[in-house]
Design a binder for this molecule. Structure first.
Ligand code: SF4
Ligand code: SF4
Length: 307
């Protein structure tokens, strides 16, 4: 049976995705050129993996030789809870409040793959969730999921930017979605609100200055120049997304239960400072917070306590 866009959309919605778009599997010439310039300026900081597998980022045919289309999927993770603002507690970025999204999205992608193969056994797809040499944001933009905001997150008109992206490279042709317009306009709220001036230009973030990088991927000490600027973020930072008018107006509560239960929104700094490896493992075994490892989390807590 021929797989239609509608069949994919229905199945993807059934397994829990909120947005689905289709793009031809063309080379990402412009996007990889911008990536190259960003890397040349050293804005990737110590994320050396960003420099690897350039050919695959440029052309998904270097991943799946028979690639014809890329399906971009998005899952809304917004939960309308707020921080308590308690003294000596560090804030965790929204995306990490619930269960690790990789686990949730991989499960959904597996189900989707099985369903689509049942409809057409020759259908193949290779899937990525924010790991691997795939430019997930570029594909989401090409597939009409949203536009790239000046803070460099993808923004959708109905959900804002609180969305996880998954990218599926497929050997199948579909009707392609139209990219959406950039609705940032003259707004600069994210640039103005960033406490470390990490958005060095419109659509350009210098990771060396970004709290999100400094508290998660960064393995080194946090430089003193950022003392007093972290606004109590212990893991990640949502400031540029919190101030975005599209999130303020259009965020909707997720339908995914795992993003609404057993939430880890804040962490007591003194407890983190004295946390043992066993306690860390117990608390974060299914949480994205484990990414920073115990040593990184303790470093972050000490940094907040001392500044
Ligand atoms: S995540 Fe925080 S530090 Fe990074 S660009 Fe946004 S506001 Fe700035
Ligand atoms: S805050 Fe304004 S400039 Fe920044 S991403 Fe949102 S709409 Fe665009």
């Amino acid at each position: 049976m021929r797989l239609s866009n509608q069949a994919v959309i229905e199945k993807a919605k059934e397994v829990g995705f909120d947005l689905i778009g289709f793009a031809p599997a063309e080379k990402l010439n412009r996007e990889t050129e911008l990536l190259r310039k960003w890397l040349d300026k050293g804005y990737h900081a110590s994320m050396e993996y960003m420099q690897r597998n350039f050919e695959k980022r440029l052309d998904v045919k270097n991943i799946l030789p028979d690639a014809k289309s890329v399906i971009s999927l998005a899952l809304n993770y917004f939960c309308d809870k707020q921080f308590t603002g308690r003294k000596n507690f560090g804030k965790v970025s929204r995306y990490a409040w619930g269960k690790d999204y990789h686990l949730i999205i991989w499960e959904k992608l597996d189900k989707l793959n099985i369903e689509l193969k049942e409809l057409n056994p020759s259908f193949e797809m290779k899937t990525y969730v924010d790991t691997g040499p795939v430019m997930d944001k570029a594909w989401a933009v090409k597939a009409g999921i949203g536009w790239l905001g000046k803070h460099t997150n993808v923004i959708n008109r109905d959900y804002g930017s609180w969305i996880f992206l998954a990218t599926c490279i497929t050997n199948y042709e579909f009707e392609y979605s139209l990219p959406v317009e950039d609705f940032c306009g003259t707004c600069s709220a994210c640039i103005d609100a960033c406490p470390t001036n990490a958005i060095v230009d419109e659509y350009v973030v210098d990771s060396n200055k970004c709290i999100s990088f400094l508290t998660i991927e960064n393995k080194a000490e946090i430089p003193n120049e950022f003392s007093g600027k972290f606004e109590n973020w212990i893991f990640g930072c949502d400031i540029c997304q919190d101030v975005c008018p599209w999130n303020r107006k259009f965020s909707k509560v997720t339908r995914e239960e795992s993003f609404k239960q057993n939430l880890i929104k804040e962490l007591e700094l003194n407890k983190v400072k004295n946390m043992t490896a066993v306690q860390f493992k117990e608390k974060f075994s299914e949480s994205p917070v484990k990414r920073t490892k115990l040593s990184g989390l303790i470093r972050n807590a000490k940094f907040l306590l001392n500044t």
